[in-house]
Design a binder for this molecule. Structure first.
Ligand SMILES: [Zn+2]
Length: 305
């Protein structure tokens, strides 16, 4: 064996060893996808989540470091429903990573196989509506989180076939835990069934549909359009007329506005974290987050007059 072939053999062996022990570099756009990816990928992935759990997912502060992360990623998990349309495309373009090209196994769209709500019959962005492709906040329904988890498990298995059994086992575990919890959550929210709840932004129609609630009255006149005095006056009139008992606000929105409406109407104000990690007790993951939301709502309805 010549020195040259010896060297290349050694290098190849080192390369193989590195690949065998290497974790997949996975980037998730928002903390819900990140939390689900963590359940499935476990210690076989190195995970980076771009949006902070307390940040408005429509308007994420796109840091240059995100481009570096994306340039080194083996996979990108995104919603596929225009939630990130305002900030993600230039980052992906800047990363110039062929693994993340549309249609490649590394480009994972979580909306595959699930039905979006509120899909408009005709596209019209002229009024500033940021839900122009349908409502993108679909992981607020645990049933959709299961579909998303299965999509991620399938994609990770393609990227790292030798860990496919591991991903599948994690999927089964996550799904079983979620199913057990879902039954518990349905029971807890039984007293709220059929009740209307005001929300600041239209983030919760999937959550509402799953638990039989009505979360279809908003402080924003349109998604992404700040509340106006005339719109708030209309909302206050309806809250009083229909005796609506709860208002939901997320940490990145204007709590003072929500407080004012609560103050005028006597409704309880509930702080809803939009994502795992967005409030105390929700850091553990998707199930802990959903658990916190459900308990907060159940408690709110128990205390509301
Ligand atoms: Zn939205």
């Amino acid at each position: 064996m010549t020195m040259k072939t010896l060297l290349s053999t050694l290098l190849a062996l080192l390369g193989l060893a590195a690949t065998a022990g290497a974790k997949l570099n996975v980037v998730a756009t928002t903390p819900d996808f990140g939390a689900i990816a963590k359940e499935i990928g476990g210690d076989k992935i190195d995970l980076t989540t771009l949006a902070k759990p307390t940040e408005d997912p429509h308007f994420v502060d796109a840091k240059p470091s995100f481009i570096v992360k994306l340039s080194r990623a083996d996979a990108l998990i995104e919603g596929g429903a225009e939630l990130e349309v305002g900030w993600l495309p230039p980052l992906v373009e800047g990363a110039r990573n062929s693994k993340l090209e549309a249609g490649k196994p590394g480009r994972i769209l979580c909306n595959q196989g699930l039905a979006l709500l509120e899909v408009p019959t005709s596209l019209d962005r002229s009024k500033g509506d940021i839900h122009a492709a349908g409502n993108p906040h679909y992981t607020t329904d645990p049933a959709n989180a299961k579909i998303c988890a299965a999509t991620i498990a399938g994609a990770l298995a393609k990227l790292d076939p030798k860990s496919a059994d591991y991903f599948q086992a994690n999927l089964v575990k996550f799904t079983a835990r979620l199913d057990a919890k879902l039954a518990e959550w349905q029971k807890l929210l039984e007293p709220a069934k059929g009740k209307r709840i005001v929300t600041y932004h239209n983030s919760w129609p999937y959550f509402a549909a799953r638990f039989g609630l009505k979360m279809d009255l908003f402080l924003e006149p349109k998604p992404g359009i700040p509340p106006t005095p005339s719109h708030l006056a209309e909302v206050i009139t309806r809250v009083k007329a229909e005796n609506i008992r709860a208002i939901v606000v997320e940490p990145h929105l204007n709590r003072k506005t929500a407080e004012a409406v609560a103050g005028h109407t006597g409704a309880v104000l509930l702080d809803f974290a939009p994502y795992p990690g967005g409030a105390k007790g929700t850091e553990g993951g998707y199930i802990e987050w959903m658990d916190t939301l459900v308990h907060s709502l159940a408690k709110g309805f128990a205390t509301a007059k």
